[in-house]
Design a protein around this ligand. Sequence first.
Ligand SMILES: Nc1nc2c(ncn2[C@@H]2O[C@H](COP(=O)(O)OP(=O)(O)OP(=O)(O)O)[C@@H](O)[C@H]2O)c(=O)[nH]1
Ligand SMILES: [Mg+2]
Length: 452
Amino acid sequence: MEDTIVAISTPIGIGGLAVVRLSGKESLQMADAVFRGRKGKPSEFKTLTIHYGVIHEGDFFIDEVLLSIMRAPHSYTTEDVVEFSCHGGMVSAKRILDLLIKNGARLAQPGEFTKRAFLNGRIDLTQAEAVLDIVSAQTEGAHTAAVAQLEGHLYRRLEKLYQHLSNALAHVEAHIDFPEEDITPDTRERLAEHVRDAIGFQEGLLRTARDGRVLRDGVRTIIVGKPNVGKSSLLNALLGTDRAIVDPQPGTTRDTIEEVANIEGLPLCLMDTAGLREAGEDVEKEGMERTRRHLQAAELVLLVLDSSKRLEKIDRELLATCKEKPLIIVLNKMDLGQIVDANYLRDLTTCSISLKTGEGLDKLRKMISIHLWQGKSRESFREVFINARHQEALQRSRKALEKTSQAIAAKRSFEFVAADMREALAALGEITGRTVTEDVLDHIFSSFCIGK
Ligand SMILES: Nc1nc2c(ncn2[C@@H]2O[C@H](COP(=O)(O)OP(=O)(O)OP(=O)(O)O)[C@@H](O)[C@H]2O)c(=O)[nH]1
Ligand SMILES: [Mg+2]
């Protein structure tokens, strides 16, 4: 990491402030070249201090800034870091960036600051991923979980497991190296127990994958029903905005609308669809086809029925289709009376609401949140939740440990046992970044934005 990197760390657009971040050996000298303050030069400033001044190119004044100095090793990357807080908008930050590049800095790649923090040993890979989770979090739940991961909750659990297994491996290797020493009869037994404990530990982590997906990606939820039953009204009510057009005319929604709603701190990826009816014009048919396709991919279905009317054939058909999915039946328009055939819906999860008066909406939110989070409290957001990459590596590691178990039980030689254990450890090491290839790193950091 010889070169000094620079990037704009705030989104480009109209706003009060923007931040340009510079990291590397030459940061302070480069700041000296472009910054003019009342007293002193950046290379003389103490660490963790802020300084008012201007950025200039020769006699040409570019912008007023506040300079933050973070000297190595106590900085985001552990290198010398200088941050320029300048005016927001499209131009100020860009001109400072260009000026620093002119002075020898290199434009940072996506995620390169965080990658340096990892390569310099300040954080592990799960913490680097947590940074990405924090900036892409859409709800409080996702954010809280990401912050806990950045604090090292997941890292510490994985390290404990890693240490436990590598201690066991050290014993096995000692037996391989000194075969003349007697293997006490309980050696295999104790080893088998250690491996079983480790598998149990892995399974505990693997069980968090589903909730991790809910927090990070949300649950794909589709709103379906006949035309005019109140699907778009439901979307708007759950979002808390007038996103979709609501109209007394049936067939209002033609295109699918997708938005993320926040249900008690959890993200729900909501999709409003065209109303389904039996036959119709070609345009409508296309809408219905699309709805059916989306229905297939959905993880939760909100089927809206008009509770003031009797069920029609299309309602029954929809019920039959949706029953295969996690389903909540929303009996809307309860303000107009309850005529719907309740007996027919007996064994299903239903919720009576009126989107006109707002009655029942809180209860529906609660029902959805129970589906998403099984009624656990908000405290649980701080627990450990693995992501898809962790899950894949953990599954590989568990497989290797199962092989280890079998090798021990079959009384195979310790060489075989050790080989399986090393495989399990290598897969575990990939999660925290102990043993990681350049490809994996590139893959992780390429999904970051520039400036992170
Ligand atoms: N009385 C009453 N009217 C409602 C209620 N919910 C929605 N409506 C009305 O029903 C009509 C249709 O609502 P939408 O939300 O557009 O229904 P939709 O299912 O999206 O309709 P399409 O997009 O045409 O399929 C509108 O006039 C709403 O104001 C309710 O709970 N009670
Ligand atoms: Mg609609």
